[in-house]
Design a protein around this ligand. Structure first.
Ligand SMILES: Nc1nc2c(ncn2[C@@H]2O[C@H](COP(=O)(O)OP(=O)(O)OP(=O)(O)O)[C@@H](O)[C@H]2O)c(=O)[nH]1
Ligand SMILES: [Mg+2]
Length: 235
């Protein structure tokens, strides 16, 4: 969830790239890192195995844009796609504000896509987050592959009912379009939640002001008989 620091006037959002093992999550982040001016981003931190597969996560801080007087920072993470890294995924997804689900358009990766989607749903459910309500965009990556699956086929396979980006992270095609979409959606949700909270607080304050004072409970006088002892005496 967005971390708001009112003292330094900063809001920090967490965007996580999830998806199919070897689908191109790290490639997305590398492209973003290479294309953003150094003043706009921090260093890309990746911990990979020898085969360059993400071991824990990749991390790329994207520095401030000023929105409503607050510095807005996005922290981009990618999680390893391999099944065995379920717990790592869960940890990285904790507090997530928005997700890009990178699916592989290679027809040989149908099973892997489905498994990754299922494990993302599971990780979110275990964090009490709803897959269907979180700001999330699908990116069908590797569109450059000859024989890439038809987008409609992928929609059906993944039961996608949201806007999708066709991309080629290797060349950068639609990498920023995907990132823009998810960050805009995250910001919109943040502002909606903030407005609702302010409205609720104003309503609560109004209720407090109009509420009649409740009389304080009357303390029984010392001499008043205890009803239970009366029964006892009368029996
Ligand atoms: N043809 C093609 N290859 C791509 C594209 N994007 C990524 N790749 C290749 O796919 C392989 C895996 O890419 P990564 O970015 O490491 O995939 P990942 O999703 O981070 O993989 P894990 O961290 O292991 O889950 C690499 O060899 C990339 O060069 C693309 O758009 N087109
Ligand atoms: Mg990776």
């Amino acid at each position: 969830m967005a971390v708001v620091n009112h003292d330094t006037r900063e809001v920090q959002f967490k965007i996580v790239y999830c998806g199919t093992p070897l689908g191109g999550k790290t490639t997305n982040l590398i492209y973003i890192h290479n294309r953003l001016a150094p003043a706009m981003r921090g260093d890309l931190a990746s911990i990979a195995t020898e085969q360059e597969r993400t071991l824990f996560f990749d991390f790329l801080p994207v520095h401030p844009t000023i929105i409503a007087g607050y510095d807005t920072r996005f922290q981009l993470y990618s999680v390893p796609g391999q099944k065995i890294y379920g717990e790592t995924r869960r940890i990285v997804l904790t507090g997530v504000d928005g997700i890009v689900f990178v699916a592989d358009s290679d027809p040989d990766r149908v099973e892997a896509n489905l498994e990754a989607l299922e494990s993302t749903r599971e990780a979110l459910a275990s964090l009490n987050r709803s897959f269907d309500r979180i700001p999330l965009f699908f990116q069908f990556n590797k569109r450059d592959l000859p024989g890439a699956m038809a987008p409609e086929e992928m929609d059906e396979m993944l039961e996608v009912r949201r806007p999708t980006f066709l991309a080629s992270a290797a060349t950068g095609y639609n990498v920023f379009a995907t990132l823009d979409a998810v960050t805009q959606k995250v910001l919109r949700e943040f502002h909606i939640r903030r407005r609702l909270r302010a409205q609720r607080e104003a309503e609560q304050a109004a209720v407090r002001q109009t509420k009649p004072l409740t009389p304080s409970p009357v303390e029984p006088s010392r001499g008043s008989p205890d009803p239970s002892s009366e029964v006892a005496l009368g029996s």
